[in-house]
Design a protein around this ligand. Sequence first.
Ligand SMILES: [Zn+2]
Length: 173
Amino acid sequence: MFVRNKNEFNFIFMKKILTLSTVILLMVYSCKAQNSSKEKKIYKIVKTDSDWRKQLTPLQYYVLREAGTERAFSSDLNKNKAKGTYVCAACKTPLYKSEHKYDSGSGWPSFDRAIKENVELDVDYKIGYKRTELKCNTCGSHLGHSFDDGPEETTGKRDCINGVALEFIPEKK
Ligand SMILES: [Zn+2]
């Protein structure tokens, strides 16, 4: 740095400080923006991980609390055609009705629509591309994903749900 006099030195020094503080401000701001978009939603039912572990089976914990996926064709609910309601296996909130269940052939219980206000839509990029993640709106547990290849004659949506995330309550006769 070639400096002719003290004033010029001060000027360059101030300029550097300004640039540096702008950079810091931008960094702080972008961090904040990231945080706010990832801000954790507060669910009606909140439990600690150890409480969930006590309540759920290891597979249920893996799917519901760690957003895992059960093996295809492993759930008895896959072929269930009985009338009734599918509730969240973690908190028993009604999530799907049997009349909206259909056989997608995917190996997971599939529905063309949820009980709307009880299922939350979120976005995940876990396998490299954008997917609509479905969560229980009451306890935040992971249920599965929603795709646009559902039955055309109804909604066109396929809610692909892990059977282990659901509990079936048969309709009372
Ligand atoms: Zn739930």
